[in-house]
Design a protein around this ligand. Structure first.
Ligand code: AMP
Ligand code: GLY
Length: 435
């Protein structure tokens, strides 16, 4: 069968790479894909992004099913449009995706269904927001209610920062309509983990646990980014905590959506804070897999992903099982200087082709591409073309060994203005070595 993946990042490269390993999959189209998916055996990029043209393509190629990588096409209603055209697609409807698209919907939904999250209030009026901040004190968290490409959350250490964040969102309209409303939230302390499951509307299938490093600088400091590196599994989620997350968060979300007349189908990603006394609090929901979490998670998946998605599309996820590599996978994002604000593009990447040849003979690492392109004069030369360029992902017998292997590999890849963090996995390693 032929499949179609929507998106162009490292997550989509990993999804397509994993799906083509299924013996029943003859081809995976990636729309629009990147230079990594262009080079991978069995994958083919197609330069289409408009939903009606994607529908025509899927029909003409007899695509068995489509998987949506990023949130924007979900917000644009791609799933609804494909289903109306009689095509199979894995992802939530536009209405179900409100869990990610609208942070105020998500917060109010959690309140309606007793799902643990930080205390909050929502405002459209700046004066009322300023008064609330004065009452609550700092640190405090200010969030634009709509989709703001991961930039709409300001963790304000001081009252001054909090007030200015409110003004930037509600008055200067830094995020446009996504900032028509702000959420002001209690600051939570603890460890952040990513908990991703597949849903078929009724049943859920948890994927392996993972942890992302969202801050730009070492030591988890600096501004938030899409994610600078991730690993799987995370030692922070014990079997007891795993059961607690399913009981307190995941089941209530799926049941709550059903009660409200919306069936949730697709990946569901809960960004969670585990507080020092082992409470679980939801920071956010994403209606898709994480990037870069997908890369280490799928490195460890031994089961056939195409079969798992077919179960999800048929409503039989309760019959599906997953088998995971017992090793740890760790992915380091190699970014372009200036990321996330103003990434430098067009630099030639050296050392990458050799590693991509080598990865086909060993199965303990893979370089997933995000912002890469091919030089228009030399189709063998990779150049940087986005903020996050590559995710160098390696397996190791433990977290430390996976980290060492992945960092060794990054040393072989060079381009001007390269930037990465040097401590991906540090908190998991510290936790494991705690007396
Ligand atoms: P979000 O997009 O809502 O997940 O927020 C982005 C990041 O901001 C999260 O990954 C956290 O690191 C941080 N964050 C969000 N909400 C809070 C909170 N209530 N307390 C502390 N940090 C937060
Ligand atoms: N890595 C965080 C995200 O995908 O939203």
């Amino acid at each position: 069968m032929k499949l179609l993946i929507i998106g162009s990042g490292g997550r989509e490269h990993a999804l397509a790479w994993k799906l083509i390993q299924s013996p029943r999959v003859e081809k995976v189209f990636v729309a629009p894909g990147n230079a990594g998916t262009a080079h991978e055996h069995g994958l083919e990029n197609i330069a289409i992004t408009a939903i009606p043209a994607l529908i025509d393509f899927a029909q003409s190629q007899k695509v068995a099913f489509t998987v949506v990588g990023p949130e924007l096409p979900l917000a644009d209603g791609i799933v609804d449009a494909f289903l109306d055209a009689g095509l199979k697609i894995f992802g939530p409807s536009r209405q179900a995706a409100q869990l990610e698209i609208s942070k105020s919907f998500a917060k109010n939904f959690m309140q309606r269904h007793n799902i643990p999250t930080a205390a909050y209030s929502t405002f459209t009026n700046a004066q009322a927001a300023h008064e609330y901040i004065e009452q609550q004190g700092a640190p405090i968290v200010i969030k634009a209610a709509g989709l703001a490409a991961g930039k709409g959350v300001i963790v304000a250490p001081s009252l001054e920062k909090a007030h200015s964040a409110v003004d930037q969102i509600l008055i200067t309209k830094l995020f446009g309509e996504a900032g028509a409303e702000v959420i002001i939230e209690e600051f939570l302390q603890g460890t952040e983990v990513s908990f991703i499951v597949m849903c078929d509307g009724h049943h859920i299938l948890p994927l392996a646990t993972s942890q992302d490093h969202k801050r730009l600088f070492d030591g988890d400091t600096g501004p938030n980014t899409g994610g600078m590196g991730a690993y799987s599994p995370t030692p922070f989620i014990s079997p007891g905590l795993h059961a607690q997350i399913l009981r307190e968060v995941i089941y209530p979300v799926v049941q709550g959506m059903t009660q409200e007349g919306v069936s949730y189908t697709g990946f569901l990603y809960a960004g969670l804070m585990i507080t020092p006394n082992n409470q679980v609090k939801v920071l956010e929901f994403n209606c898709r897999m994480g990037d870069p979490e997908t890369q280490p998670i799928l490195m460890r998946l031994k089961s056939d992903l195409a079969s798992l998605i077919e179960h999800a599309l048929n409503g039989t996820l309760d019959q599906a099982e997953t088998d995971w590599d017992r090793r740890v996978a760790l992915g380091i994002v190699m970014a372009a200087g200036g990321y996330p604000e103003n990434p430098q593009k067009g630099d030639s990447i050296t050392g990458l082709s050799d590693l991509m040849t080598k990865q086909n003979t060993t199965n303990d690492f893979h370089i997933f591409h995000s912002g890469t392109a091919l030089n228009s004069h030399d189709q063998q030369q990779f150049i940087t073309a986005g903020g996050r360029v590559l995710c160098v992902t390696a397996l190791g017998d433990n977290l430390k060994l996976a980290q060492q292997r992945a960092y060794e590999l990054t040393k072989q890849i060079r381009y001007n203005n390269s930037y990465m963090r040097h401590d991906i996995g540090h908190n998991g390693i510290e936790f494991l070595h705690k007396p």
